[in-house]
Design a protein around this ligand. Sequence first.
Ligand SMILES: Nc1ncnc2c1ncn2[C@@H]1O[C@H](COP(=O)(O)OP(=O)(O)O)[C@@H](O)[C@H]1O
Ligand SMILES: [Mg+2]
Length: 263
Amino acid sequence: MLEFKNVTKQYHSGVFGTYITKAVDSVSFSIDANERIGLLGESGCGKSTIARLATKLLYPSKGNIVFNGNDINRMSAGEIKEYRRDVQIVFQNPQQIFNPRMKLYDTIAEPLRLYKLTKCPKEEKEKIDEYMSMFGLTDDILSRYPKEISGGQAQRIAIMRIIMLEPKLIIADEPTTMLDVSVQAQILRLLQNIMDVNKTALLFVSHDLDVIRAMCQKIIVMKDGRILEINTTEEVFEHPKDEYTKFLVGKTNLYNVQSVFTA
Ligand SMILES: Nc1ncnc2c1ncn2[C@@H]1O[C@H](COP(=O)(O)OP(=O)(O)O)[C@@H](O)[C@H]1O
Ligand SMILES: [Mg+2]
């Protein structure tokens, strides 16, 4: 469904753009419909860059990103609108998608209105109520502003807005890293249940082994912008091939750890 073909992304920084960071280096992988893939690697290895490239928030320096046979960076305006519905991103900090001056009711209704998914205000309200209870949220929240809710509630609303659009692929970039452990577990379970019902594909970005293990059937291991290993979750944990993966999953000794860091 979504395919990265030799994708490279360089950032230029400094006053004259003279500093170049190769955040993602010749990366290739694909996600099939209904597949749940984890993107695992330490901070700074390029995970968020991949998430942003896949959602057209960034443009690749080299290579192609193809969705159902269409290069996402060569789409017509109509195709882009459809793509932005089909492929959704959940950010680490949900507050970044909220307009601080908009009441949460309107924030939630926004995508429904954009894609004309409900016919009248009454139907809109009914749909929002239905999703609010599905997400375990009470409707007194609807008249509040984004800063008046907790981090867990904010992330539920951010995910709810996405689920209402029935996307084909969800890209979640460390969606629960900012939440405490019990809230984290609730939200991941909710996401899992909904994806089971809707048969949504998932690219789950995380540095957290346990979370990725629980959420994904396949894992892509990254380091310094490159893919080291792509395998089933079981293989990655039981028989990791790469030295760095062995280190990540704890199947290595100190001697090998040294070689990972000096390589
Ligand atoms: N806008 C930017 N300008 C320059 N360098 C950046 C920018 N965004 C990210 N980087 C660098 O690119 C690399 C990958 O970053 P990122 O994709 O955010 O990694 P991760 O999500 O795995 O922590 C890092 O070295 C980071 O410092
Ligand atoms: Mg990141």
